[in-house]
Design a protein around this ligand. Structure first.
Ligand code: FES
Length: 219
């Protein structure tokens, strides 16, 4: 499916999905060491996951769900039909309980993050009126995250906001396709999720152990 074609209503993990298209773009974006795309083509954005400050222990021991994270490739989800500069939209991804936020920055870039503060899990809000690019703000204890990177810029949050990879179709619709853990490099996150279920995509992304030419994983 070309990048100009609209995605199916509920894309699955098979060939020709939004995730598949996104992977091709991600390969290029990773090569450029950048995941911030421009409005004139498919956008891949980083986002969300998060977690309680106290949740790390629970997650490590398998007790608590890691907010916004997905070990395997999540099912692509339509976030919104359109998103104008300065606007944000709340959604749930990858699970129904995982609060997330997609933001269109003033220069047209799309970013996506977990809306779960990494301090004590309060809801993170988009504040367009703050900072150069706007800010992601947690009102509970004045936590502030950089809108472009998710990094902590003020307050007590101990970790960056986990990112969500977004794509934008030519019709302007925005889709969530994958996630990264807090501070996790984009390629590592994508290979972790695409590697097992989509070796062809893993190959396109140049994931370790995957064959670039055939997209099959070496054994
Ligand atoms: Fe967000 Fe404390 S819960 S700063």
């Amino acid at each position: 499916m070309s990048l100009t074609e609209p995605p199916p209503p509920v894309p699955g993990p098979g060939p020709g999905t939004v995730a598949d298209e996104a992977a091709g773009q991600l390969r290029d974006r990773i090569s450029a060491d950048s995941l911030t795309t421009r409005r004139d083509y498919l956008r891949i954005v980083a986002t969300v996951s998060g977690g309680l400050a106290i949740g790390g222990v629970g997650v490590a021991s398998g007790i608590l769900h890691r907010h916004g994270d997905s070990e395997t490739l999540p099912r692509a989800k339509k976030v919104t039909d359109q998103l104008a500069p300065g606007e944000s939209v709340a959604f749930r991804f990858p699970g129904d309980e995982d609060r997330a936020l997609a933001v269109r920055l003033s220069d047209g870039s799309l970013v996506g993050y977990s809306a779960v503060c990494t301090h004590l899990a309060c809801a993170v809000l988009w504040r367009e009126d703050r900072g150069t690019d706007g800010e992601l703000y947690c009102p509970c204890h004045e936590g502030v995250f950089d809108a472009r990177t998710g990094e902590v810029t003020a307050g007590p949050p101990p970790r960056p906001l986990p990112r969500i990879f977004l794509t934008e179709e030519n019709d302007g619709s925005v889709w969530a396709v994958a996630t990264a853990r807090s501070g996790e490099p984009a390629k590592e996150a994508l290979c972790r999720q695409f590697g097992a279920s989509r070796p062809d995509v893993a190959g396109m992304l140049g994931c370790p152990g995957a064959d670039r030419a055939t997209g099959s994983r070496r054994t």
